[in-house]
Design a binder for this molecule. Structure first.
Ligand SMILES: NC(=O)C1=CN([C@@H]2O[C@H](COP(=O)(O)OP(=O)(O)OC[C@H]3O[C@@H](n4cnc5c(N)ncnc54)[C@H](O)[C@@H]3O)[C@@H](O)[C@H]2O)[C@H](O)CC1
Ligand SMILES: [K+]
Length: 202
């Protein structure tokens, strides 16, 4: 996936920022195709953004949900100083619309009343080690009753499905929205969650 994206960008066919916008838009499409009733009845969405480009996708999703009338709460685990450029641009675009609240994985945010939608844009294919500190947050999300949408991968899942990663803590997911092609990890995940593979023009 990284090679495909890099080739498309290097060939000048698309920019990383355009791919990120398409990924965010594709996530919105997948959500409202999966739950059509929600498209007609905007509610409250909690969007969790991580430090990298997966978080960047999340900032796009937050902005697009707000544009459709949703009340959106964005919580960010990361630092703007270390965000990749495309993610920073989308952090800043969201920040013009609403606050960016901090996320402490060890002290889950208020989840009662439960949001109508949770977007997991914490980590994607860039996860490199287990997310032990996120276990309390993942448990709280699993218990709150809100549908959870994983952007690209449920955070904590290792994209190549390395055997030792099977026991890593991972975010619950009711819908997984991935881009261009499914990754090896998706094969082991899809039975419990709906999987949508969306085209982003690659
Ligand atoms: N233009 C593009 O590349 C597009 C990418 N897409 C999305 O981007 C992610 C992959 O983004 P990347 O920045 O490479 O990785 P992540 O966002 O998944 O996270 C990396 C980030 O997290 C840090 N990290 C890794 N493991 C841990 C850990 N256990 N604890 C704390 N921090 C951790 C790491 O250092 C990095 O900073 C991909 O999944 C897509 O969602 C777009 O979809 C398309 C365009
Ligand atoms: K994710």
């Amino acid at each position: 996936m990284r090679a495909t994206e890099a080739a498309a960008i290097a060939a000048g066919r698309v920019t990383g920022l355009a791919l990120m916008e398409r990924a965010g838009a594709a996530t919105i499409t997948a959500i409202f195709e999966t739950w059509p009733a929600r498209a007609a009845a905007p509610g409250h969405a909690l969007v969790l953004c991580g430090p990298g480009n997966n978080g960047g996708d999340g900032f796009v999703v937050a902005r697009l949900l707000a544009a459709r009338g949703w009340q959106v709460t964005v919580r960010f685990f990361g630092r703007v100083e270390t965000q990749p450029p495309d993610a920073r641009v989308n952090h800043d675009r969201w920040a013009e619309l609403g606050p960016v609240l901090p996320l402490d994985p060890a002290a889950p945010p208020p989840l009662s009343p439960a949001p109508d939608l949770v977007i997991d844009a914490l980590f994607g294919i860039g996860l490199s080690r287990p997310l032990e500190i996120f276990a309390p947050l993942f448990a709280a999300l699993g218990a709150c009753g809100a549908p959870v949408v994983a952007v690209d991968l449920p955070s904590g899942r290792e994209a190549d499905a390395r055997p030792e990663a099977a026991a890593w803590p991972a975010c619950p997911a009711d819908l997984i929205v991935t881009f261009h092609r499914a990754k090896p990890a998706h094969a082991a995940l899809a039975p419990g969650a709906m999987l949508r593979v969306m085209d982003i023009g690659l």
